[in-house]
Write a protein that binds this ligand. Structure first.
Ligand code: ADP
Length: 450
């Protein structure tokens, strides 16, 4: 109602003046006055309409014209409307920009397809995984760009609960998991996720289970076979059955060693297995390892110990013993009779280095990078004959990783090998450090065999 007060007030005043004029000067003067007012109103209206149309040509760039009275009111309201629109347009644009930035940053490939399976939009990751380009391929039919038969079947099936696992069309090393998600009116979002690492872990898990089963099958078959033989022939001579029992014991121990190593590995891998921070007296540990080497060698090798440092280490005594014990036992097992095994503990540039050198068969260069893989063995039967499980160096690697240490392997086939464990400076403890070293008694040492 506020809008009407002013024009009605003006109209009433004009009529009052016209009536006064009529009374004072007659009707001609009153009509003349009214015609003048009418002409003034029309001209003013034309002028304001002209200003309004000029403003409407580019309302975002120029402010609306200023005026008083009713026109001023109209312009003011228009300006308010325009500001509100501008603000909501700004909000919408920034929301869209944010969405686009987020979609650009998503590591999965994303492609929006319209009802005809034409590309409407795709993010940069879709170039990496599917070779699509948002500019070049907009409007293209996805079928013409990704033509693999399994992908076309996947599109045809339009089963939105299904995932297609396939190799990337532009990089065979990458495995993708694709999914179609319906949205809007007939539109689809194609999402491609890189699952190469998951696949690799899955393949490793499968290999691991196959390896463990394979490792257990032989000793189990042997033990089973002997038990059957003994059950079927109770009258077997004592010497013969003694031999069978010894073999069964051998194979049972083999299974036991394998299970022990598997449990050690799983303990080392478990996230809640906290690394203990003990003081390890390395010179004393080295002496215990030398004794262990001599006991395993049973006089077949010459074992030497060289202590160039009195430093100790900070870490888990049991784990470090197990890792270094594996290296020592491997040196004994892979060095022919008459060979020499040398254990050296020294420091270099603040790092602590424990090395085990043998004059054994050595290792060809191509095997060295793979030695710490589970069940990787150069000579399977040699490893088994000497009581190996194929897990020793995998355990060593895990222990070293947990201690921030690394394994360096130098070897010359036919001449021998040196396995050096390099502990970082922050783990090395100078003699005289507050806590004295403590060593688990020798028989408790786990991992006698590598
Ligand atoms: P294993 O129980 O078979 O010894 P490891 O993981 O300890 O398993 O070692 C993996 C393989 O590395 C062994 O099978 C062997 O072929 C090789 N290897 C390890 N140490 C030595 C060594 N000192 N000399 C020669 N070959 C070695």
């Amino acid at each position: 109602m506020g809008f009407w007060w002013r024009p009605l007030g003006v109209l009433a005043s004009v009529l009052l003046v016209a009536l006064i004029l009529w009374a004072a000067s007659g009707w001609v003067a009153a009509l003349g006055f009214l015609a003048g007012i009418q002409a003034f109103v029309m001209l003013r209206r034309l002028w304001q309409e002209f200003r309004l149309s000029r403003w409407l040509e580019s309302p975002d760039e120029v402010d609306p014209p200023e005026a008083t009275g009713t026109w001023g009111d109209i312009f003011y309201r228009l300006q308010k409307l325009q500001r509100r629109q501008k603000a909501s347009r700004g909000q919408l644009t920034s929301a869209l920009e944010q969405f686009e930035h987020a979609a650009m940053a998503v590591p999965d490939g994303m492609v929006i397809l319209n009802g005809n399976e034409q590309i409407e939009w795709c993010n940069p990751a879709s170039r990496k995984y599917m070779g699509l380009d948002s500019e070049r391929d907009r409007g293209q039919f996805i079928r013409y760009l990704l033509r693999q038969a399994h992908f076309l079947d996947f599109l045809d099936a339009a089963d939105f609960s299904r995932r297609l696992v396939c190799k990337s069309p532009i990089n065979r090393e990458v495995t993708l998991s694709m999914q179609l998600v319906p949205f809007g009116e007939g539109k689809k979002l194609l999402v491609a996720r890189d699952i190469t690492d998951l696949e690799r872990v899955d393949a490793m898990r499968r290999d691991f289970i196959a390896n463990v089963s394979h490792e257990l099958r032989t000793p189990l078959t042997v033990v089973g076979g002997f038990v059957e033989t003994l059950a079927d022939a109770p009258e077997l001579p004592a010497s013969e059955s003694r031999r069978y029992f010894d073999l069964m014991l051998d194979h049972t121990r083999r299974m036991q060693r394998l299970l022990d190593d598997l449990l050690t590995l799983s303990r080392l891998e478990s996230a809640d297995h906290v690394l203990r921070d003990e003081s390890v007296d390395v010179p004393e540990l080295a002496r215990a390892l030398k004794a262990e080497a001599e006991s395993l060698s049973r006089g077949r090798h010459r074992v030497r110990l060289q202590l160039d440092s009195e430093a100790g280490l900070k870490g888990s005594l049991q784990e470090i013993r197990s890792a270094l014990g594996n290296l020592v036992s491997n040196a004994v097992r892979y060095t022919p009779e008459g060979g020499e095994i040398t254990l050296i503990w020294r420091e270099r540039d603040g790092e602590g280095i424990f090395s085990v050198t043998d004059t054994g068969e050595g290792i060809a260069a191509e095997h060295i990078p793979r030695l710490t893989e589970r069940f990787y063995r150069i000579d399977r039967s040699r490893s088994r004959e000497t009581g190996g499980t194929g897990l020793g160096l995998a355990i060593v690697k895990h222990v070293l990783t947990r201690h921030g240490a690394r394994l360096d392997i130098q070897s010359t086939p036919g001449k021998g090998s040196t396995f050096s464990v390099v502990f970082p400076a922050q783990r090395v403890q100078r003699p005289g450090a507050p806590e004295a070293g403590q060593v688990i008694p020798f028989p408790e040492l786990g991992q006698a065999a590598g």
